[in-house]
Design a protein around this ligand. Structure first.
Ligand SMILES: [Zn+2]
Length: 301
């Protein structure tokens, strides 16, 4: 309401810019929480960030609101994942009449094909969850930093410095993830989870993720499917069963109960937690997930 008043009165514009200064001066829109964190790490105080699909929100099936179109219209840069993950943002950009730059964070990454005969495929031919490989995450950071510098050349030096520090942390985190996985005997590197979000993680870190059909969708799996999964869990001695923060837990809980396996907690896949939760940023998400995955795969606890 205030904003509308200020925009209607040119004389009031100094107030608007002062208000904007308090939370950064360069308005940037990011489609979902993980990209938002990356923009925040690189942009620092200079960026006034608006994240559209926020913490614990399923960005796959997101429905933008009118206020989101307004934010896009006022942005100097829009950052999306691409690979079909946040296609709703493209529609939002069009409907908002936004003509500014749109950075695709996954640009330059070779996408994995989705194995869609098995598991739910979000309706895409390509797996969009590239951020689950920290090397791809570093590529995201370089792409976002370049886009910020192009959209706001005056801030370029700051973006470059913060991006460099961030890239060093992500490289170290990638090494730590590999060390952690290496402590798990190879045949035990198997996980069952509720949606098919860990394909890039699996390929990068050598862990096998099973997201069997029926688990990730709203529909209940058939009795035969449940029986097949229970046999699989027992035969392979899989002890790492996980929920995800934005997926429906009912089916996986039922499967766990029938197989006599404990659900080992909640992984963060496509969305961060709220600031007071266990995965408030991209780096914390990996530490949280590994902290659950490693003992669960070993069958500890
Ligand atoms: Zn997903």
């Amino acid at each position: 309401m205030q904003r509308r008043h200020l925009l209607a009165l040119p004389l009031a514009m100094p107030f608007l810019s002062r208000a904007a200064q308090a939370q950064g001066t360069v308005p940037v829109v990011a489609s979902f929480s993980i990209l938002g964190d990356m923009v925040r790490q690189i942009g620092g105080e200079r960026v006034a960030l608006r994240v559209i699909a926020g913490p614990d929100v399923d960005a796959h099936s997101f429905q933008p609101r009118p206020a989101d179109a307004e934010a896009v219209r006022g942005a100097r840069l829009v950052v999306r994942n691409g690979l079909g993950f946040d296609a709703w943002l493209d529609r939002l950009v069009r409907s908002a009449g936004y003509r500014g730059p749109v950075a695709t964070a996954s640009e330059g990454i070779t996408p994995r094909a989705l194995e869609d005969s098995h598991g739910h495929n979000h309706g895409h031919a390509q797996d969009p969850h590239a951020w689950q490989d920290l090397r791809h995450g570093q590529s995201y950071v370089r792409t976002i930093a370049a886009a910020l510098a192009a959209a706001d050349p005056e801030g370029a030096e700051g973006y470059r410095m913060r991006a460099e520090a961030y890239l060093a942390r992500l490289a170290a985190l990638d090494g730590w993830v590999r060390q952690q996985i290496a402590t798990v005997p190879e045949p035990r590197r198997q996980v069952v989870t509720s949606h098919d979000a860990f394909g890039y993680f699996a390929a990068a870190y050598g862990v096998r993720f099973l997201a069997p059909q029926g688990i990730s969708t709203d529909s209940e799996p058939s009795a035969a499917e449940v029986a097949r999964l229970i046999r699989l869990l027992k035969r392979q001695n899989i002890t790492a069963l996980f929920l995800e923060n934005m997926a429906n837990p009912a089916t996986l809980r039922r499967l766990a109960a029938e197989a006599g396996v404990t659900v080992r907690g909640q992984l963060y896949a496509d969305a961060l937690s709220r600031p007071d939760g266990p995965a408030p940023d991209y780096e914390a998400m990996f530490r949280h997930n590994l902290g659950l995955l490693v003992p669960a795969m070993k069958g500890e606890g």
